[in-house]
Write a protein that binds this ligand. Sequence first.
Ligand code: ADP
Length: 198
Amino acid sequence: MTASARLLIVGPQGSGKGTQGVRIAEAFGIPVVSTGDIFRANIKGGTPLGAQVSEITARGDLVPDELTSEIVRDRLSQDDAANGFLLDGYPRNSVQVGHLDEFLTGRGEALDAVILLDVPRDESIERLRLRAEEQGRADDTTEAIAHRLDIYENETAPILGMYGVRGIVDKIDGVGSLDEITERVFAALAVRGLRVEN
Ligand code: ADP
């Protein structure tokens, strides 16, 4: 049996949240719902949604909240998310927090934990620079990176206050080996009674 868990992973660009998110979701047997991945897949596949968001994402701007929230609601309504999910990259601002709250409350659900991967800005920028060399993502230009980090600090970091008052934020030191960081997350989740079954 897999454990049910409704999780959100938050961290600055380059914090490694994508990588950690996949590891955590796999261990719990829940799907990763990454808005960035959904947008990139649509851009690659040449869908109407892809056409709508390609310029916005390349600039490092946010896709409109209503559109993004609609996509997440659709995704979370699929059967594989019934017992849990790990959100990566959504919600990213206070409006999206409101949308997600409304949706989850309507289903009698709530987030169990918000994992904050804490990485210093210098370290994030260095990791992004390396990723740009390796992967060449359209939004890994110097300008788009700085813009995304600014949006993170101004719009995304404040949502931690909203979740903090609910007592569901686990701040995890995001500097270390991949395995060390995964273990830190598992340890924090276990304190909340969210345990991976081996
Ligand atoms: P990163 O965290 O490195 O910026 P993501 O893969 O999470 O990368 O997101 C890539 C881009 O997709 C964002 O810069 C933004 O344009 C768009 N995007 C992703 N998630 C959201 C969201 N929740 N709201 C609005 N736009 C989003």
